[in-house]
Design a protein around this ligand. Structure first.
Ligand SMILES: [Zn+2]
Length: 300
């Protein structure tokens, strides 16, 4: 039995309902309460490590949009967020720092236990937990799209092909002896920000992702289960009356094929443990031609 966990960034339960996304909504769904510490709304960088650990951002310690190599620059970057400096100005500040100091921006990962730990739990990128590079790649391109260094069309293509690599990964991972196959997919976050004023374009993105989720749902065996989670939703001009559309809403989602989904981000870890069927890792040692690999420099 495999429990597939799709971390669909920014899927807003209200939009999924309004657009009739039957696959995203699965058998049962709920508006899941998320967490926020640094800002007054949930944010990708701190919500996903909370979902994986069951700990509040103040407990797991990843509260920033990212961390700079140099702690002084981390403080400066966080202060810019707290003061609500606009994204474009903040990015320019970041670019200036990069140009002038050669500091690279990166997300750090938690040291606390998560439901993604262990040899029989397969994971492919999870912000703040395991390999942030896919998220960072998309964020970097998003900046390029805002700066007009790449076209909107190129950005949309890259967002979807990156997402496709995760959907394909899930299908492959499910064919192995694993308890959990989990991945994070960022496409509806960045395209949500892009189309938060255009209901038709926005609906199109939801329908496309709903189809991809349907393909995963179709490959579930009789004992396999699917849990879908988001970290926040997206305020949109046709729903949210303040001028804040394009920013994160509190309308996160949890849906599942197996009973009631978790109601709170901090309950997800326990929920997963309650729904996983534990298996023993096969400890057969890989028989490798050690001497040849040593000569090639592959092993020490
Ligand atoms: Zn997010």
């Amino acid at each position: 039995m495999v429990l597939v966990v799709l971390a669909l960034d920014a899927v807003d339960v209200r939009h999924a309902e309004d657009f009739g996304c039957e696959n995203i909504l699965l058998d049962e769904h709920t508006e899941m309460k998320s967490v926020a510490h640094r800002l007054d709304h949930p944010h990708t960088g701190e919500a996903w490590p909370s979902i994986a650990t069951g700990l509040h951002p103040t407990e797991h310690g990843i509260t920033g949009h990212g961390e700079w190599d140099n702690p002084i620059l981390t403080v400066a970057s966080r202060a810019a967020h707290t003061l609500n400096v606009s994204g474009s100005i903040r990015s320019k500040v970041g670019d200036t720092i990069k140009e002038n100091t050669n500091q690279e921006w990166k997300l750090t990962t938690v040291s606390d236990p998560t439901f993604l730990d262990g040899e029989t739990r397969a994971v492919h990128n999870w912000p703040g937990v395991y390999r942030n590079e896919a998220l960072q790649y998309i964020w970097r391109l998003f900046q390029d799209a805002k700066d007009d260094t790449i076209s909107k069309e190129t950005f949309v293509r890259e967002a979807y092909t990156e997402a496709a690599s995760k959907f394909g990964w899930v299908k492959e991972a499910m064919t192995y002896n694993v308890e959990v196959a989990a991945t994070h997919i960022h496409v509806l976050d960045v395209l949500g920000h892009m189309f938060a004023e255009d209901r038709e374009q926005y609906r199109e993105q939801y329908q496309k992702i709903d189809e991809r989720v349907g393909e995963i749902r179709d490959t579930l065996g009789p004992d396999d289960n699917l849990l879908i989670l988001s970290d926040h939703g997206m305020e949109a001009s046709w729903i949210d009356e303040d001028e804040d559309y394009g920013s994160h809403s509190w309308r996160a989602i949890a849906s599942s094929t197996v009973g009631s989904p978790p109601e709170h981000a901090l309950d997800v870890r326990d929920w997963v443990e309650d729904h996983v069927e534990q298996i023993e890792a096969d400890r057969t040692r890989a028989d490798l031609p050690e001497e040849q690999l040593r000569q090639l420099g592959y092993v020490e």
